[in-house]
Ligand binder design. Structure first.
Ligand SMILES: NC(=O)c1ccc[n+]([C@@H]2O[C@H](COP(=O)([O-])OP(=O)(O)OC[C@H]3O[C@@H](n4cnc5c(N)ncnc54)[C@H](OP(=O)(O)O)[C@@H]3O)[C@@H](O)[C@H]2O)c1
Length: 291
């Protein structure tokens, strides 16, 4: 609990001292970890301008009721690149970008109308498009732009990537989709941070660990019921506590990129990422998100 207290105290101090108050965008801010991050930032920085993005208007309304009149909701299906392009045009300032949109599903490849697998679109491609579209605003941030990806900074492994089918159009599996999204995020934060024009921005990839959110609600009943029972027993971290660790991890990234664990502390396992991988993943990503 000392780690949680320290993270919360540090977040409170940093956010209260930020002048001007930050412009924050939380994609996936209507529920779970994103919602808790938006509320945590709003608690410590009541003058922050917080925009949450998702699809669920009533869930958004309950978050906005707590955040107050400086916050707003932008509705968008973040699995569609066209909607991401539209919604990012409605944003005129961003200092902190948090990406938590995601789903838990046992379905195989489920193409969107843009022919990208829905899970990969939410967990990886769409997140990269949000960053690409908002980079010009992040570069202008007086306090330095900050980007936080909440996914899995621990288990990515380039040796388990299918480099011949990067979008998994022919060889889709759930394990493969998870591996590609996490590994490619590991790679892309290095790519973004390597650009001279982004030297004012930090990129953090975080692993939240098991968190008691509603993410299991869409599973078939035979998986949902045991998952809910385990959460009811208190297994996993409360979203509010996870949010403190995630925000702590975000603020402790002082330069470039960083991988942090479920306590917001550096991931110690070395990442075997080389310049060929960075080129390959960045080119592939650019091609898919330009659809
Ligand atoms: N919870 C865990 O134990 C855990 C563990 C490891 C990793 N993660 C990762 O952490 C991230 C957040 O998980 P969570 O537990 O907070 O999930 P959650 O409680 O289910 O929240 C998911 C968020 O994503 C948004 N979202 C889903 N589909 C969307 C779409 N098509 N368009 C726009 N927004 C969409 C939802 O908003 P709307 O419903 O409003 O669209 C919601 O705000 C996910 O990427 C997940 O894979 C979670």
């Amino acid at each position: 609990m000392a780690a949680l207290r320290n993270a919360a105290a540090s977040n409170a101090q940093i956010l209260a001292a930020l002048t001007p108050p930050p412009n924050v965008v939380v994609v996936g801010g209507t529920a779970g970890i994103g919602r808790a991050i938006a509320l945590s930032i709003g608690k410590y920085s009541p003058s922050a301008n917080i925009t949450i993005i998702g699809r669920n208007q009533s869930a958004a309304d309950s978050v906005l009721a707590t955040l107050g009149s400086r916050s707003k909701f932008l509705a968008a299906d973040a699995s569609l690149m066209s909607e991401i392009r539209n919604v990012t045009k409605k944003i005129d300032a961003v200092d902190i970008l948090v990406l938590t949109q995601g789903i838990l599903t046992m379905n195989g490849r489920t193409p969107t109308k843009e022919d990208i697998d829905t899970k990969l679109a939410l967990h990886f491609y769409g997140r990269m498009l949000f960053v690409q579209e908002l980079l010009p605003l992040l570069r202008q941030s007086p306090s330095g732009g900050k980007v936080l990806f909440v996914l899995d900074s621990v288990n990515g492994n380039p040796s388990k990537v299918n480099w011949d089918d990067m979008a998994l159009e022919k060889t889709y599996s759930l394990m493969g989709a998870a591996m590609h999204a996490t590994t490619f995020t590991d790679v892309m934060i290095q790519y973004f941070a390597s650009k001279r024009e982004n030297e004012n921005i930090t990129f953090t990839h975080a692993y939240p660990g098991a968190v008691r959110t509603t993410i299991a609600d869409s599973l078939p009943f035979y998986l949902r019921i045991p998952a809910k029972a385990v959460m009811a027993l208190g297994v996993g971290t409360a979203p509010e506590d996870c949010a403190e660790y995630m925000v702590h991890g975000l603020f402790e990234t002082k330069k470039g990129f960083r991988y942090v664990d479920n306590k917001g502390e550096p991931v110690t396992k070395a990442k075997q990422i080389d310049s060929d991988m960075i080129n390959k993943v960045s080119e592939h990503t650019s091609q898919i998100i330009s659809c």
